[in-house]
Design a protein around this ligand. Structure first.
Ligand code: FMN
Length: 198
C-alpha cells in the first residue's frame, strides 16, 4: 500500500519539537490521518538521499533496521487492522498479517496495557546479520544505536505534527516476535505507541 508523500516542510521548529517531546502513556481514541502515519514512518526510516540514504544514520550505510506498524480498527481511515512493514524504497506499507496485535504486543511488554490504546504501535527491529558480517559483535552495538536514532526521529516528528509517542524497551523478545509473527532474525529493540495525547 503506497503512502502519501511525506511533507518536507513543517510548521514547528526543531527546537519546539525537542521541547515538546515527552514519553506519553495515555492516548485519546481520536483517529489518525494516513498522512500522519506516513510522516512518522518517513521520519523513522524514509529515504532522503542518493544510495538509499535515510533520515537516520546507519553504520556503514548497511541499514539493518526494520520498522513495523501495528494497527487496529481505530488507527486511521483507509488503514485496515494488521501488522505492516514499512518499505523505505517506495514509501509503502507491506502487509504482514491482518490481525490487530496491539493487545498481544502490549502483553509481551510485561503487560503495559496502556500501549494497546494508542492507534498505532511502531516496532523498530534489527536484523543483526546485516551488520555483524562487516563489524562482528560490535555491529550489534551499532544496530542498537541506530534504533535509538530512529526512535528519536519518530518522537520529534510526532511532536512536530501534533501527535505524541511513548517508548518501550521492556518486553519479552520471544513473545513480541510471536505476537508479530515476524522472522526470528528481526530482533525487536523498541516499541513506540503513537497517537493523540489523551
Ligand atoms: C531504551 C528505553 C526503554 C524504555 N522503556 C520504557 C518502558 O518499557 N515503559 C515505559 O513506560 N517507558 C519506557 N521508557 C521511557 C522512559 O521511562 C522515559 O524516557 C523517561 O522517564 C524520561 O521521560 P521522557 O521521555 O518523557 O523525557 C524507555 C526509555 C528508553 C530510552
Amino acid at each position: 500500500m503506497k503512502l502519501p508523500k511525506a511533507d518536507r516542510v513543517g510548521r514547528v521548529s526543531v527546537e519546539e519539537a525537542l521541547t515538546e517531546r515527552r514519553t506519553v502513556r495515555s492516548f485519546s481514541s481520536k483517529l489518525l490521518d494516513v498522512r500522519q502515519l506516513s510522516q512518522v514512518l518517513w521520519a523513522g526510516q524514509g529515504i532522503t538521499g542518493a544510495w538509499g540514504k535515510r533520515t537516520a544514520p546507519s553504520a556503514g550505510a548497511l541499514y539493518p533496521s526494520f520498522l513495523y506498524a501495528a494497527t487496529g480498527r481505530g488507527t486511521a481511515a483507509g488503514i485496515e487492522p494488521g501488522l505492516y512493514r514499512y518499505v523505505p524504497e517506495d514509501h509503502s506499507l507491506s502487509i504482514v498479517s491482518q490481525r490487530d496485535i496491539r493487545g498481544e504486543l502490549a502483553r509481551s511488554c510485561l503487560s503495559q496495557t496502556w500501549m494497546a490504546r494508542a492507534p498505532v504501535s511502531l516496532v523498530i527491529c534489527s536484523d543483526y546479520g546485516r551488520i555483524t558480517g562487516k563489524y562482528g559483535e560490535r555491529g550489534i552495538r551499532y544496530a542498537m544505536i541506530e534504533a535509538g536514532h530512529i526512535a528519536q526521529n519518530i518522537f520529534i516528528e510526532a511532536a512536530a505534527i501534533g501527535l505524541s509517542a511513548g517508548i518501550v524497551g521492556a518486553f519479552i523478545d520471544g513473545e513480541a516476535i510471536k505476537a508479530m509473527g515476524i522472522p526470528q532474525s528481526h530482533t525487536p529493540l523498541l516499541i513506540m505507541p503513537v497517537g493523540y495525547k489523551g
